[in-house]
Design a protein around this ligand. Structure first.
Ligand SMILES: *[C@@H]1O[C@H](CO)[C@@H](O)[C@H](O)[C@H]1NC(C)=O
Ligand SMILES: *[C@@H]1O[C@H](CO)[C@@H](O)[C@H](O)[C@H]1NC(C)=O
Ligand SMILES: *[C@@H]1O[C@H](CO)[C@@H](O)[C@H](O)[C@H]1NC(C)=O
Ligand SMILES: *[C@@H]1O[C@H](CO)[C@@H](O)[C@H](O)[C@H]1NC(C)=O
Ligand SMILES: *[C@@H]1O[C@H](CO)[C@@H](O)[C@H](O)[C@H]1NC(C)=O
Ligand SMILES: *[C@@H]1O[C@H](CO)[C@@H](O)[C@H](O)[C@H]1NC(C)=O
Ligand SMILES: *[C@@H]1O[C@H](CO)[C@@H](O)[C@H](O)[C@H]1NC(C)=O
Ligand SMILES: *[C@@H]1O[C@H](CO)[C@@H](O)[C@H](O)[C@H]1NC(C)=O
Ligand SMILES: *[C@@H]1O[C@H](CO)[C@@H](O)[C@H](O)[C@H]1NC(C)=O
Ligand SMILES: *[C@@H]1O[C@H](CO)[C@@H](O)[C@H](O)[C@H]1NC(C)=O
Length: 715
């Protein structure tokens, strides 16, 4: 584990927490309670839960800070571990959990004056790869709680550096029995927005009253309602998922109850709202208390009668899943005037639903670390191996890997070790990559023989082993018996010639655009760049935000956009370059545009045709043909395209100065106004392109590629 920690240094730091001994005897089974930077292990006198300090775990990991201001009083709640701004961006507590078990995680962040004085403003809390909250460090006390189902035997609770340093004061992990909230779903994480014990006027219940250590805020602020409580009434004929004590208080009103939350995230997110009802008034009979449930004015449940005949129960819980935008109004309204009693409610919970970002299957992640370590033994300074850190598939697959999603997790399907000048035996851990389809070991100096265990790779369909002079090319019996496997063990000589051929195999698409309809591009540019100002909201021509304005000189003859070769890229290559389409920079009529980086380091803008695009395959072909033909310094050239399966993708160089549109109307225009000489030079520059293209294409070119603008009027 020490080794792993060291190996993870550059980006990610795992804090491995082992709770092995029964020393934590006071802690209920499955509870993990960490008081960050506490001076010693300690027991919370209120809950009797044992908290361990993370102090001894980490040498030089962050610094301990006494947080001057704290509203809470127990002494271990006054510290924060602050992770510095050395080269790490992500810090994870790696906690042992039970696969398939549902858990509550509560993280406490004590910030305040210290961080305010540092001007540190924010960082993110994430569960695995899923960011669930942005922490604003100027707040004194922030608690983020979530519910998730474990998919592995460990769970990472991570802090991701933002504008400010990350810090944490307390971390609590609690198993929730019976999958109460997620019912086994591994694809969502619920973030707690509110959990209220209505009618409770004393203090918030938590462990040991609540065995899952949920904290039930007291809820007496509901205006116009009356509190009701009864310690004698217990739920009958139903299994309850929350403590009886929480249910034994309630609020009632003769007409309606209303619970409002106005501070939800703006934009439409999914929420789960759970309402708990226990009839606490012994005099109420079936049919005497009936009400409807509205969420933001929409009726969700009609005629709820807790004591409904046939149910033989005095308890009921309902849950709804809705999309909300900033505001929640839960209203319980008496069903009609003839009904004797108004609504009752005992407790409710509101959660925001997050789609869980897929992570690499633990088996494959472990296998990759082992492969790396096995290779490192004989190849200690290999540059590619040194870059292999963190999760192999997320957020971006490691160089030389491809991953695919399967059952909600990512599995490794391709490993390319070719031409890495590797020495030593083949790593046996490769045979743990059970879903691998393609394995390329060519052009190295592997020695020994191919491990027998490779025969367990049932999905392996392409295996390249050629040009490893010291490798025993005898295949283990059984390997060639695998269904559909192609084994390529060509000699070095034939590989060399093949590689030269494949370099030539780049596509040179189109040579001349059919100059049928005369329309100088200047028209298009004038219309788009100047005429648009009068009609800024024109909808017919959606534009991309990103591309294509360069202030710098482009006279460099080695400039890559003058390279007249348009390449055909594989979908896999595009995915890797864009890090699985992780950074969207704009959206046009053709589809979304993503930022990416080619393996050689060039930044690119990648346009991906959307299924709703009005432009069809023919237009795609046209665009590829036309743009391959047109090479002009004032136009952004096409670098390549991908046309695999039903994907249609265009790749352009990324212009970091934004589009001409931005320059004219966007943020950039506020910084520096384009003067008229420059505007004129844009138009003239474009005109010098001397293409004869149709007006349509003038428009398309501008609106999809923008125009690249030169600041120099000397041309
Ligand atoms: C705290 O408890 C953990 C786990 O039981 C133990 O390993 C550690 O030594 C304890 N630390 C101190 C300072 O007592
Ligand atoms: C951070 O990275 C830079 C260069 O990448 C290196 O010079 C420096 O030593 C690193 N700092 C730490 C604390 O690792
Ligand atoms: C924080 O910002 C304020 C105003 O912007 C500035 O006066 C102060 O020096 C900054 N403090 C630090 C530590 O950077
Ligand atoms: C941090 O959280 C914010 C808001 O939840 C999100 O927009 C942003 O992408 C997150 N940043 C990272 C690095 O995850
Ligand atoms: C309560 O739970 C038990 C065991 O899980 C089950 O057998 C029983 O049917 C449940 N009762 C009700 C009313 O759902
Ligand atoms: C909340 O919803 C109820 C039911 O639709 C409505 O009557 C009430 O006016 C709403 N309250 C607020 C404050 O919006
Ligand atoms: C995915 O699910 C299928 C069926 O549920 C199972 O057979 C398979 O082993 C799972 N694969 C992984 C990688 O978990
Ligand atoms: C290849 O490996 C063998 C030992 O396995 C070694 O003797 C030989 O020098 C290596 N060749 C190269 C070119 O590194
Ligand atoms: C591996 O093969 C099995 C059976 O042929 C198939 O169900 C599974 O999807 C394959 N795995 C991948 C990652 O394609
Ligand atoms: C083998 O290839 C054939 C034809 O390409 C395909 O139908 C079959 O599903 C493949 N079998 C496996 C196990 O991948």
């Amino acid at each position: 584990m020490r080794e792993n920690m060291v190996a993870c240094l550059p980006l990610l730091f795992f804090l491995f927490i082992f709770i092995s001994s029964p020393a934590a005897a006071v802690a209920p089974p499955g509870f993990i309670s960490i008081a960050c930077c506490a001076k010693s292990n300690t027991t919370d006198p209120q809950t009797t839960i044992a908290y361990i300090s993370d102090d001894y775990l980490l040498d030089n990991v962050g610094i301990c800070k006494n947080v001057a201001y704290s509203t809470i009083t127990s002494y271990f709640d006054k510290t924060a571990r602050v992770f510095g701004n050395d080269n790490h961006t992500r810090w994870c507590y790696n906690l042992p959990v039970t696969k398939e078990q549902e858990y509550l995680v509560r993280t406490t962040f004590l910030g305040g004056p210290f961080f305010r004085s540092m001007n540190d403003t924010s960082f993110n809390a994430s569960f695995g790869s899923t960011s669930i909250s942005q922490i604003d460090s100027s707040h004194n006390w922030i608690v983020v709680e979530g519910v998730f189902t474990a998919t592995e035997n460990h769970a990472n609770i991570c802090l991701v550096r933002g504008i400010g340093n990350a810090y944490i004061s307390k971390l609590e992990l609690r198993p929730i029995n019976d999958g109460t909230y997620l019912h086994g779903s591994k694809f969502s994480i619920l973030k707690l927005i509110s959990r209220v014990d209505l009618g409770n006027e004393d203090f918030a219940y938590r462990y040991p009253i609540d065995l899952a250590d949920r904290i039930w805020e007291t809820g007496t602020y509901i205006t116009g309602s009356t509190s009701l409580s009864s310690s004698k009434i217990t739920p009958q004929g139903a299994n309850i998922s929350i403590p009886i004590e929480v249910l034994q208080t309630a609020v009632v009103n003769a007409e309606r109850l209303q619970f409002l939350h106005a501070d939800l995230d703006v934009h439409h997110y999914d929420y789960v709202i759970i309402l708990y009802f226990l009839e606490l008034d012994a005099s109420v009979q079936t049919g005497e208390r009936i009400f409807d449930v509205y969420i933001n004015g929409d009726e969700m449940y009609h005629n709820i009668d807790i004591l409904q005949t046939g149910r033989a129960s005095n308890y009921r819980e309902i849950s709804v899943r809705v999309k909300l935008n900033g505001y929640l109004n839960i209203s319980l309204v008496k069903a009609s005037d003839e009904i004797k009693y108004g609504p009752i409610c005992n407790a409710y919970e509101v959660f925001q639903v997050y789609q869980k970002a897929a992570e690499t299957l633990e088996r494959d992640a472990t296998a990759m670390l082992n492969i790396r370590d096995e290779l490192m033994l004989k190849n200690p300074r290999n540059e590619i191996l040194e870059k292999w850190h963190e999760d192999p598939c997320r957020p971006c697959p490691w160089e030389r890997l491809s991953c695919e999603e399967m059952n909600g997790t990512l599995v490794i399907t391709m490993l390319d070790l070719s031409s890495m000048n590797l020495q030593g035996p083949l790593p046996t851990a490769i045979s743990d990559l059970k879903e691998i389809k393609e394995l390329d070991l060519q052009r190295n100096n592997f020695s020994g023989s191919i491990p027998d265990s490779f025969t367990s790779l049932q999905n392996l369909s392409k295996l390249y082993i050629g040009c490893n002079p010291s490798l025993n090319s005898q295949l283990p019996p059984g390997l060639s018996g695998l269904q559909n496997i192609t084994i390529n063990s060509e000699s070095c000589a034939s590989l060399l010639s093949a590689s030269i051929a494949s370099q030539r195999n780049v596509y040179i698409v189109g040579t001349v655009a059919g100059g049928s309809i005369a329309c100088s591009i200047i028209l298009g540019v004038f219309f788009t760049c100047f005429y648009r100002r009068a009609r800024p909201n024109k909808k017919e021509f959606p534009t991309i935000k990103n591309a294509v304005f360069s202030e710098s000189s482009i006279h460099d003859p080695h400039d890559s956009y003058l390279n007249p070769v348009v390449q055909s890229f594989s979908l896999q290559y595009i995915k890797r370059a864009t890090c699985h389409y992780s950074t969207m920079i704009g959206e046009g009529g053709f589809g979304a545009v993503y930022r990416g980086t080619l393996p050689q380091g060039q930044e690119v803008a990648v346009k991906v045709r959307s299924s709703t695009s009005t432009q069809g395959t023919r237009e795609f072909d046209n665009e590829v043909t036309l743009l391959s033909a047109i090479r002009h310094e004032n136009l952004v050239p096409l670098l390549g395209y991908c046309c695999e399966y039903d994907h249609q993708i265009l790749v352009y160089p990324f212009m970091s100065n934004g589009s001409l549109q931005d320059r004219l109307y966007g943020e950039a225009s506020k910084r520096k106004v384009l003067d008229w000489p420059t505007r004129l030079s844009i138009a003239l520059g474009a005109a010098r392109g001397k293409f004869n293209v149709s007006a349509l294409f003038c428009w398309t070119l501008y609106h999809t590629q923008g125009c690249k603008v030169e600041q120099h009027s000397s041309r």
